[in-house]
Design a protein around this ligand. Structure first.
Ligand code: ZN
Length: 294
């Protein structure tokens, strides 16, 4: 059983892992905290971008020799493959880590990943520690792997009658709040932003007209760009087509706060079938409604 200190360390690892969102794809955003033998935090690290050092390596570098005899708390199963960087399970063994807590198992490891290698070497390995909370960050990456396509979020502004319109100021603020967590933002009139590029130096924000209209072709183009997540800002033909092809995973709708008593109902024809409400809040004069595909 993880101790309360270890659980707090895992939550810290989950929180800092989000620093890599929007820059690590197609790799996951991972965080790691190192506790020394007495349970004190001696290092933390995260994966900054694709090609940069993994979270475990950064955390071990910060901890130095204080990691010996200690515990590594990491949001994803450590890797066991030599890629652009050495395998993390080996780095943990080299640092003389004796216990490893993992939140999410790597679905590609199939029981032969870093966890198995660490156990073989005599390390005490605990898995699925705060897994659900870690999926707050790793969820879209995980879903993208299992669905074998980028995860798509659609954001649409509607008028009081439920018709899609250009984003109001509250919608623009919501987009500004959310967009850095995505690999790509696709908007109707979006232009490639100067001085801001996502992972691999590709354009971070692109106009919808630069993405193929056909859903399959659009997904292929996004996957080819290395994107695991994309935010589509509607209304656009592309968004409609992806929605009707059941390829939109999350939906955010902004709609003006209705009158407390109305003779006619402002219908919400935009709210699609197959979604469940996940978060509703109010921003200025708008209701902000988020829904997830069931
Ligand atoms: Zn690694």
């Amino acid at each position: 059983m993880p101790t309360s200190v270890e659980l707090a360390a895992m939550r810290r690892a989950i929180i800092i892992s989000a620093s890599g969102l929007g820059a690590t794809s197609p790799n996951p955003a991972v965080g790691c905290v190192i506790l020394d033998a007495a349970g004190r935090t001696v290092g933390e690290g995260y994966h900054l971008r694709k090609g940069a050092a993994h979270a475990e390596v950064n955390a071990l570098a910060a901890a130095g020799t204080r990691a010996a005899g200690g515990t590594a708390v990491v949001t994803l199963e450590p890797c066991n493959h030599e890629g652009l960087t050495p395998a993390c399970h080996q780095a943990l063994l080299d640092a003389k880590i004796v216990r490893v807590l993992i939140a999410v198992m790597d679905p590609t490891s199939r029981g032969e990943g870093g966890a198995a290698r660490l156990r073989q070497a005599g390390v005490d390995v605990q898995t699925r520690v705060l897994e659900k909370e870690a999926l707050a960050v790793l969820g879209p990456w995980h879903a993208s792997l299992s669905r074998q396509r980028p995860v798509l979020h659609l954001l649409i502004q509607a008028d009081a009658a439920g018709n899609p319109i250009a984003p109001a100021s509250e919608a623009l603020a919501e987009i500004e709040l959310q967009r850095h967590a995505y690999d790509l933002v696709i908007s109707v009139d979006g232009s490639t932003e100067e001085g801001r590029t996502g992972s691999h130096g590709r354009a971070f924000s692109v106009p919808a007209r630069s993405v193929p209209d056909e859903p399959g072709d659009a997904l292929a183009a996004l996957a080819e760009a290395g994107a695991r997540t994309a935010l589509l800002v509607g209304p656009s033909k592309l968004g409609e087509r992806l929605l009707s092809a059941a390829l939109v995973d999350r939906f955010t709708l902004l709609q003006p706060v209705p009158e407390p008593s109305q003779a006619t109902t402002a219908a919400s024809p935009l709210f699609p079938d197959g979604f469940v409400l996940s978060r509703i809040t109010r921003a200025g004069g708008q209701l902000v409604v988020s829904a997830e595909r069931r």
